[in-house]
Each structure stands twice: as structure tokens, then as C-alpha cells.
Design a protein around this ligand. Structure first.
Ligand code: SF4
Length: 704
């Protein structure tokens, strides 16, 4: 049934939720109000399909909680006062300057997002690095993709997923780690199903839980939480031992083989099986299947990234693909599936971890190049990156950071150990929250609220999981007096003497031109100089690199076997396994795992306001094994209290054999729930939290 919703015009956009990057058309009525959405048939990514979030996305524009006006309040958090933009921005700039003068440049911090346009990330980076001058700037991608970034850099010498969705159509074996593709990235799952309908190949899913994707798989490996590296090293052990490695590729394209081979030698399947919980014959079988496939690919999501071994896990996946020669060929790749619609944009251009276009603060040539381009003294830039998001909060706790600018992210719900984060936020001398929704939980701690426009009220690009740069055109005027984020950053810059001297274009096409100029050069992997807003819209997205003069983008990186290290080789990483996780014990006998449901996105700032998303997934719940529940006298649909070493949360019980006897699962989207319990331990390379592995006990709600 197609309901007539009075659509008079369809406008092109890229879905503003997840990193799949579906091309979407938004139908507006004669009053110019978005009323419905549909997938774009000719688009390479989704070929006309959308998931429930994309299909209901028109409802988020005028949803309850949209911020229409800037607001301001005093230190004691009395009621908000509506104010004008000048007053709100003057107050923010004055507080930042006061605090920097009193405590030093790095006493203010900025945490951003994966939700705004790439051009806006670039502008924010210019403001933070070139004008405000704090080194404590990071994106919320540290909570989701930092381990993938770190692992790609360690293995290949640069960030950037090397493969593409079309690889499903060419692969002979798919190995998925910690990814519930069906619910997290439904349109990629549909692409995989389409490929399997044409040509059968084995799908192997590694996940402690029997997810929907695990049910669909040919082989499910229900691994012990936190032990992926053991399994990966053991798979490599079998491949080397049985002479199944691609020695020609290793010699031509890889360094570090001897150390790597010596390390994986220690992971024979018999001893690995005792740690990772997968029997030795299955480890051998999977290793053979993978190595003998003509082309094999691995995908992964948070099950790998959100761990104290996240970066090592990513390198372990890359190792597997390097030793089997499965990088840069059709159907052979290491493809991290990112989370947010523009998590890639922040990695590429925001300057969170360095300078724009994958440049490093540690590199004097890069500092010089950007300083000259922006008109900033290169000495103004720090010589190494500052704190990650997960280190910014402890620095607030110790008084090192006094002011915080939060852009389109919600740490009060998304950070681990929320009781500690709450106390930390109370210590700030000044906090500004910039978000499209004024009811976002973190705004409770803000002195100034800046209403940003939502994605389809402005023009700009997102980059998806397969490096495809796609565009959104404005569907309607910004809600109320909200403003595009690029406008907010540019107005803020003018309030500094240095910023007033620099160029901060408001038209994102002009910003894109700046980025193009900065991306040029034979040595640059991230080259977008052959793209333009018009061409991107015409082609429904283009994969970088696309160099000046190229007629197409690039489907796969490293197809020529040349990597980004100075010697042109990829590095095989030797990684010992150290068990540093919390593990079940007498006091806390259950593993707690967290993840997504298809209906919700992140902390529900948007989907929490969409009728059907809420109807299908209205409340937090916990999946529990029926046998364990019987032992504890717990009934289906009853409420229990979960207790960890950090806090407690009350949840409804769903009994299911999807989880093991000693494990529970909770969706992570809900405020004051899973992150009251989760563990704040960090990966040493990526500083990403181990959200996926902590331990809890279960109490009846009346039991204190
Ligand atoms: Fe949007 Fe992701 Fe759903 Fe596609 S799969 S419609 S990008 S939420």
C-alpha cells in the first residue's frame, strides 16, 4: 500500500543515520514539509532499499525536542533563557578565552561527532586547530571506530577501509567478527543476501551471541568474549603450518614476517581452543576454508573494536588477509563496517587526531603545509595529538580541563560508567552543547545551547563505509532559528582576532574546494581532487581516491600491492595475547554484552522520537538464557536489577537461547541503562572503551 502523503517534490539526500550511506529521496508536500522517504533505485549502495530508520526519517525534522533557539543559563543551572545568536556565541567565546587565559590553551576541550557534514568537520578542525588552539579535540568515533583506524594505520600505514560492498559479489568466503549485520547494517546484509542468491559461498560469523546474523551463517563460532586475538592468531598459525599462506604476496608486499610467524607459532589450535572456546578442529576447518578460497574477505564491527584488544584484533584480521593475499582484489579485503553516517568524514577531515586529509601533527612538513594554506603560524600547532575523548573526561575530573564544547554527541548516555561521567560534568566551569535536539541528555550540563540544523536542512557530504563520498541537498529551511553547523563554526571563529583574519566560507561547495586543493598530490591516498558536489550528486556517490582527471572513483585500495609505509609494504603485526579483561567470578558471574537493535540509532536522540521505531523497540531489556533464569528463579518479562562494579540498572528480562548460560545482552541505546554498568577499560592504542566485556550479577528487584 502506498499512502498518498501529498508529496509534491522528491529531494535527494544521503541517509543521516548509519555508515551504510543509502541514497534516499525525501518527499516534501506543497508547504515544503518533509512527509516521507524512499530509496533511490539507481544508487550503487542501496539500489532502492531502505531500512526502518531510513523509511521513517521524515519524522525527525520537526520532532519534539528540536532546538529552535539558542539558549543560555547561569552557573546554578536555573531555567534556560532563550537568547539571540550573538549573545550565545559571545558568551561561549568569552568563556573559552577567559578559561584559556587563566589555565592555559589546553584547558578547554572539544568533542564532536560522526553526524555532521564533512565540510563542517573540516571547518571545525580549522577553528579548533588554527584559532582556538586547544590540542584536546576528539570525535565520538573513539567510542566506535578508533580501533579500526588504529589497526589500519598499524597494518597498512594509513587509515581507510580498502574494500567495497561489491566485494560480496566476488568473494568465495566471508568471515565476520562481532558484527550483527542484519540489525546494525541491514542494507549491507541485503546486499550480501543478494550476492548469495546468485552464488553460494560460506559465511562464518564469530560472535559470543547467537545474533540474527549468526543464525543466518553457515558456521557460527560462539567465542569467549574478549578472545578474538587468540582465534585470529590461531587461524594464522594453521595457515602457516599447513603451507596455505601466499608466500609470493608476503615476500612482495609485507614486512615483519619473521616476528609475526614466531608469535603465531605459540597459538596452536589445541591451546587456543582452551582460551577462545572454539574447538580445535573447527579452528583448523575455518583456517583451511579461508586460505583455500579463491578470494576471502573479513568484515567486523564493534565486537572487535570495543575491546581492550581492539586495535590488535583489527591487525589480526589484516594479518589474516595479508598472509592469504586477500587485500585489494575483488572479493578479498579487510572491511570495517563503521557506525555513523559520517564517521569516515571525521576520520578524514576533522583534524581530531591531527590535521586535515590524514595529516599528522607529528609531521613538520604537514604542519607547515596546513599553516601556509590557512594563514596560521605552523608553530601554533601542537607537535603531537592531544587527549582522546575517553581521556578528556578523566582530565576534567582532575581539573586539567575546565571547559567543554560538545558537538552533536551525547556522552551522558554513550560513555561508559555514566555515574562517573555525571560527576565529571558537574566539575566543568563552562559547557556548551551544540545539537539539533535540545533535550539531548548532555544538555542538562550546558551553560549555553546552540541549535544546529539537521542533516537534510543543509548541503554537504558524508563518506560511507566503502569510502563513498555522497551528498545531501537541503530539503527544507532550518527549523526555527537553528543554523547549519558550518555557520556556527564560522561565526565562532570571527570572535577571535586570528579567526577574523582567516577565511571561513559559509558555502559548503567553497569548503569542498579547499579540501580538494589540500587532497592533491601523488603521495596522497585520500585524494578527492577529481570530485565536485555536482559530480557526486550526478553519480550518487563516488569512492575516494578520485584524482583530478580521473573519470571514476576507486573501488579498492592497495590493488597494486603498494601500501602507505615508506617502504611501500604492509606490516604483519606480531601480537601477544594478554588477558586484561574483567572476567566472571563468584561476585559477578555473568558476562554482559551490549549491541544494537535495528529500530534505534545510537542514543535515540532521533529514533526515540519516531513512532514506529519506538513502537517496535520501546524499552531497554536484557536477553538471558532460560536455564540460568530457572536456576535464579527469574521469569520471562519480569524485571531484575543488574549490578556491576560501577553501578546498577533495572531491566526487563527476555528469555532466549541466543545468549550463553553465563551471559546477558542489553541494547546500548537507552539512557541510564547499560552504561551505568559498563567497563571503562581502554584499548592502549585506540583508547576505545571495552564496552563489550564486563561482568555483572543479577538480583531480584526487591533485593537490595
Ligand atoms: Fe539509513 Fe543505514 Fe538504514 Fe541505509 S541501512 S537506510 S543508511 S540507517
Amino acid at each position: 500500500v502506498i499512502r498518498d502523503k501529498g508529496v509534491t517534490e522528491w529531494k535527494y539526500a544521503t541517509c543521516g543515520y548509519c555508515s551504510v550511506g543509502c541514497s534516499i529521496e525525501i518527499g516534501v508536500n506543497k508547504e515544503g514539509t518533509p512527509v516521507t522517504t524512499r530509496g533511490v533505485g539507481g544508487a550503487d549502495v542501496n539500489r532502492g532499499k531502505l531500512c526502518i530508520k531510513g523509511l521513517t526519517e521524515a519524522q525527525i525534522f520537526q520532532a519534539a525536542g528540536r532546538g529552535a533557539e539558542p539558549k543560555i543559563r547561569n552557573k546554578t543551572f536555573e531555567d534556560w533563557q532563550i537568547t539571540d545568536w550573538d549573545t550565545a556565541l559571545d558568551k561561549t567565546a568569552a568563556e573559552f578565552k577567559r578559561i584559556q587565559e587563566k589555565y592555559g590553551r589546553d584547558s578547554v576541550a572539544v568533542i564532536s561527532t560522526g553526524q555532521i557534514m564533512t565540510e563542517e568537520f573540516y571547518t571545525l578542525g580549522k577553528l579548533v586547530r588554527g584559532v582556538i588552539g586547544t590540542n584536546n579535540y576528539d570525535g565520538n568515533t573513539t567510542l566506535c571506530m578508533a580501533s579500526a583506524v588504529s589497526g589500519y594505520k598499524r597494518s597498512f600505514g594509513s587509515d581507510g577501509p580498502p574494500g567495497c560492498y561489491e566485494d560480496f559479489e566476488h568473494t568465495d568466503c566471508l568471515l565476520a567478527f562481532g558484527s550483527n549485520l542484519c540489525e546494525q547494517h541491514p542494507i549491507i546484509y541485503w546486499r550480501l543476501k543478494e550476492a548469495l542468491e546468485k552464488r553460494k559461498f560460506p559465511v562464518i560469523v564469530v560472535d559470543p551471541r547467537v545474533t540474527m546474523f549468526a543464525q543466518f551463517a553457515d558456521i557460527h563460532l560462539p567465542i569467549t568474549p574478549g578472545t578474538d586475538l587468540v582465534l585470529l592468531n590461531s587461524l594464522a598459525h594453521v595457515i602457516l603450518k599447513e603451507g596455505l599462506a601466499d608466500q609470493e604476496y608476503i615476500e612482495r608486499c609485507c614486512s615483519g614476517y619473521e616476528d609475526f610467524a614466531a608469535e603465531v607459532e605459540k597459538f596452536d589450535p589445541t591451546s587456543a581452543a582452551k582460551i577462545c572456546g572454539i574447538d580445535e578442529d573447527t579452528i583448523r576447518h575455518v583456517a583451511r576454508l579461508y586460505a583455500k578460497a579463491g578470494a576471502a574477505m573479513s568484515i567486523w564491527t564493534m565486537g572487535i573494536n570495543q575491546s581492550t584488544h581492539g586495535s590488535d584484533g583489527v591487525c589480526g584480521i589484516n594479518n589474516l588477509n595479508l598472509i592469504t593475499g586477500n587485500i585489494g582484489k575483488p572479493g578479498g579485503t579487510s572491511l570495517s563496517i563503521t557506525g555513523q553516517c559520517n564517521a569516515m568524514g571525521t576520520r578524514e577531515w576533522s583534524s581530531c587526531s591531527g590535521l586535515p586529509g590524514y595529516r599528522a601533527l607529528e609531521n613538520a612538513e604537514h604542519r607547515e603545509e596546513i599553516g601556509k594554506f590557512w594563514g596560521v603560524d605552523p608553530e601554533f600547532f601542537p607537535k603531537k595529538r592531544g587527549l582522546f575523548q575517553t581521556d578528556i573526561f578523566p582530565a576534567i575530573e582532575t581539573g586539567q580541563i575546565k571547559a567543554l564544547w560538545v558537538v552533536a554527541t551525547n556522552p551522558m548516555t554513550s560513555m561508559p560508567n555514566s555515574a562517573r561521567i555525571r560527576k565529571t560534568m558537574e566539575k566543568l566551569e563552562f559547557c556548551v552543547v551544540q545539537d539539533s535536539y535540545e533535550d539531548v541528555e548532555t544538555a542538562q550540563y550546558a551553560h549555553v545551547y546552540l541549535p544546529g540544523s539537521v542533516w537534510a536542512e543543509k548541503k554537504g557530504c558524508f563518506t560511507n563505509t566503502e569510502r563513498r563520498v555522497n551528498i545531501t541537498t537541503p530539503v527544507m529551511a532550518p527549523y526555527g532559528n537553528s543554523k547549519p553547523d558550518v555557520w556556527i563554526f564560522s561565526q565562532m571563529a570571527k570572535r577571535w582576532e586570528q579567526g577574523a583574519k582567516m577565511s571561513f566560507p559559509l558555502d559548503t561547495a567553497d569548503v569542498f574546494d579547499e579540501m580538494k586543493q589540500l587532497s592533491k598530490g601523488d603521495h596522497r591516498i585520500l585524494d578527492i581532487s577529481g570530485m565536485s558536489h555536482e559530480l557526486i550528486e550526478q553519480k550518487r556517490g563516488i569512492q575516494w581516491p578520485m584524482r583530478e582527471g580521473d573519470s571514476e572513483g576507486t573501488q579498492r585500495l592497495y590493488a597494486d600491492g603498494k601500501f602507505c609505509y615508506p617502504d611501500g609494504k604492509a606490516k604483519l603485526m606480531a601480537m601477544p595475547w594478554v588477558d586484561n579483561n574483567e572476567v566472571p567470578d563468584e561476585d559477578y558471574p555473568f558476562w554482559m554484552n551490549s549491541g544494537r537493535v535495528v529500530e534505534h540509532f545510537h542514543t535515540r536522540t532521533k529514533t526515540g522520537k519516531v513512532g514506529n521505531c519506538n513502537k517496535f523497540s520501546p524499552t531497554p531489556y536484557m536477553e538471558m538464557n532460560p536455564d540460568a533464569a530457572e536456576e535464579l528463579g527469574i521469569k520471562h518479562m519480569s524485571y531484575v536489577r543488574l549490578v556491576s562494579r560501577r553501578g546498577d540498572a533495572v531491566v526487563m528480562v527476555q528469555l532466549t537461547h541466543r545468549v550463553a548460560f553465563n551471559a546477558v545482552f542489553i541494547p546500548f541505546h537507552f539512557h541510564d541503562c547499560v552504561n551505568r554498568l559498563s567497563l571503562g577499560l581502554l584499548d592502549p592504542y585506540s583508547r576505545q572503551p571495552a564496552f563489550k566485556q564486563c561482568t555483572v550479577r543479577i538480583e531480584h528487584v526487591d533485593q537490595k
